[in-house]
Design a protein around this ligand. Structure first.
Ligand SMILES: Nc1nc2c(ncn2[C@@H]2O[C@H](COP(=O)(O)OP(=O)(O)OP(=O)(O)O)[C@@H](O)[C@H]2O)c(=O)[nH]1
Length: 346
């Protein structure tokens, strides 16, 4: 098999976005005369388009970052890349520019759902030939199609939020002890997640109150609309690096990253109020109950169980409220459950 085909086989063997990204960069890097490859992340901060390198070559290995894009010191306004800026504005498939003497750069935005969040950047020391552009474009399109297949398998069809399967994968990765990650890790290229240290975060379980009554009184179509609208409020209530999942039925999970306890309280309550105040067509008022906990202690099963305990306390004590597990333990309203390693919930 030709090397390029071997690389495509390797690329499409991944079930993880970051590994796939590392793999496509590694494929591009093997083409002749390439001096640099990077995957850029395009994001908006305070309404202004920005860009930052997300995966790049360092000391011979491709290194992905898991840091928050908005606080990345390497971020730049997108207008620092005029050719790329114009390409994105025009929905073009690629842009090239000679950025300095003997340095020719090609950008390939990866379009998904009419949006660009990733762009491949390839640099070489001579102009790109038409043949080389065709080959790179082909690899990029395989990458784009495969990314969108991966994305589809990770999401819930009704709300477009991440699904339960994705939660299981992402949450166990972020709560895995750092030492285990390093042991797996080795070269970053072997495992896109290997560089991740556990991140301070909060897990909230969100459940729509009396949702059965919505279905019973207005029918499933209106029930589905409520689910879609609550999903939209969730998207608007949290930052881009937080993660929102539809867990099943009328239950959602939010992973709130890198924030302190009082902010977590504030943010979850802001979301709860946003739902309470939203005029749901036909249905009128809908409320949600929320239970949350820190993800710093315990296994994924224990953490989820604690958030669930806090949620059920909220449900049993009036609904439309946010309960923090540690507060309920401290006040004696809940007792800590002994972990049972034999119970496999994931
Ligand atoms: N329309 C719609 N309904 C769903 C979906 N998934 C689950 N449900 C319904 O969600 C309802 C959940 O009801 P319950 O678990 O009794 O909870 P509840 O009525 O929200 O009551 P509390 O949680 O105690 O406030 C059930 O009637 C399910 O049929 C869905 O995708 N669409």
């Amino acid at each position: 098999m030709k090397p390029i085909l071997q690389n495509l086989v390797e690329m499409t063997g991944h079930r993880d976005h970051l590994r796939l990204e590392v793999s496509v960069l590694s494929t591009l890097q093997k083409l002749s005369n390439i001096t640099e490859v990077r995957a850029l992340e395009l994001f908006s901060d305070n309404g202004k388009p920005h860009v930052r390198p997300r995966t790049w070559l360092q000391d011979g290995a491709l290194v992905p970052t898991d840091s928050d894009a908005a606080s990345d010191p390497h971020r730049e306004p997108l207008h620092n890349y005029p050719a790329l800026c114009k390409c994105v504005d025009n929905h073009d498939i690629r842009a090239t520019a000679s950025t300095s003497k003997g340095r020719y750069t090609l950008w390939l935005p990866v379009w998904m759902h009419d949006k660009v969040t990733t762009c491949l950047e390839i640099t070489q020391s001579r102009p790109f030939s038409a043949h080389k552009l065709d080959v790179i474009q082909g690899i990029s399109l395989v990458y784009q199609n495969y990314q969108s297949l991966l994305d589809y398998s990770e999401r819930d069809a009704l709300t477009g939020l991440f699904n339960r399967k994705t939660f299981d994968e992402q949450f166990s990765r972020h709560t895995a002890p750092a030492v285990a990650l390093r042991a797996q890790g080795g070269a970053a290229g072997d495992d896109g997640a290997a560089c991740c240290e556990p991140i301070e975060q909060w897990l909230a379980v969100v459940d729509i109150d009396h949702f059965k009554q919505v279905n019973d009184r207005f029918g499933h179509l209106y029930g589905d609309e409520v689910l879609i609208l609550v999903a939209n409020i969730l998207r608007n209530s949290f930052r881009s690096h937080d993660r929102i999942f539809r867990f099943g039925g009328e239950e959602f999970v939010v992973l709130l990253r890198s924030t302190d306890l009082s902010t977590a309280h504030k943010v979850f309550n802001r979301f709860r109020l946003a739902v309470q105040e939203y005029p749901f067509p036909q249905v009128g008022q809908v409320t949600v109950s929320v239970g949350f906990v820190s993800t710093s202690k315990g296994s994924p099963v224990e953490i989820l169980g604690q958030a669930d305990q806090a949620l059920y306390h909220a449900k049993e004590n009036g609904r439309n409220q946010v309960c923090f597990y540690d507060d309920l333990i401290a006040s004696g309203h809940l007792t800590a459950k002994v972990a049972n390693d034999d119970v496999e919930l994931f």
